[in-house]
Design a binder for this molecule. Structure first.
Ligand code: S3P
Length: 189
């Protein structure tokens, strides 16, 4: 078991990916954790939703309303490609980004991926009634939303590292900072 972990660490380092992508469902803390992490290690923080809003000068809700989800997904891919060309970025990704197969080629090549795994019951308490998240009106019952969460888990679980996000922000940031598969990235600057 220990050898397998060491081998994977070596493999990640050899691939030389210079960015980190935080993956997870809505409400899993990608933005807050990402911002804190970036501040601690002196990397730049970015968020795919913010980049899309800047690019279009529209809110995510308005983009869904005017152009639909499919168009939003293509914008998501464009901003992911743009970030991939940079180095030392900590990227918070939208909850649906890893569920688009095309995006995985870019994620694998340019990012070390970290899944913030948070129990659905906690996520639901955090996100319910949030009008800035258009998918919540499409998946309007907790059961429907949980189905979406279950469908996405298989994608999130492809990540290089899975972090238990059912803890305090401080504990999560600390674990990522010193994680054996991640900490070598900070030293490589
Ligand atoms: C979405 C998640 C949102 C945002 C958009 C769609 C999704 O981001 O990208 O509303 O498909 O799960 P967060 O995960 O940051 O809420």
């Amino acid at each position: 078991m220990e050898n397998t972990n060491k081998d994977k660490t070596k493999e990640i380092n050899q691939r030389g990916r210079g960015n980190i992508a935080l993956l997870g469902f809505m409400g899993s803390g990608k933005t807050t954790i990402g911002q804190q992490l970036a501040q601690k290690v002196g990397w730049q923080f970015m968020d795919t939703d913010d980049l899309i809003e800047e690019k279009t000068s529209l809110s995510i809700s308005l983009i869904f309303e005017r152009w639909g989800e499919e168009h939003f997904r293509s914008l998501e891919k464009v901003v992911l490609e743009e970030v991939a060309s940079k180095k030392n970025i900590i990227l918070a990704t939208g909850g649906g980004l890893p569920a688009q197969e095309d995006n995985w080629q870019i994620l694998r090549e340019h990012f070390l991926t970290i899944f913030l795994q948070v129990d659905f019951s906690i996520l639901y308490q955090r996100i319910k009634g949030d009008s800035r998240r258009p998918l919540l009106s499409q998946y309007s019952t907790p059961q429907e939303l949980e189905k979406l969460y279950q469908k996405r888990l298989i994608y999130y679980e492809r990540s290089d590292v899975i972090i238990n996000g059912n803890r305090s922000e401080e504990e999560i940031v600390e674990e990522i900072l010193y994680h054996e598969k991640i900490s070598s990235l900070w030293r490589k600057r």
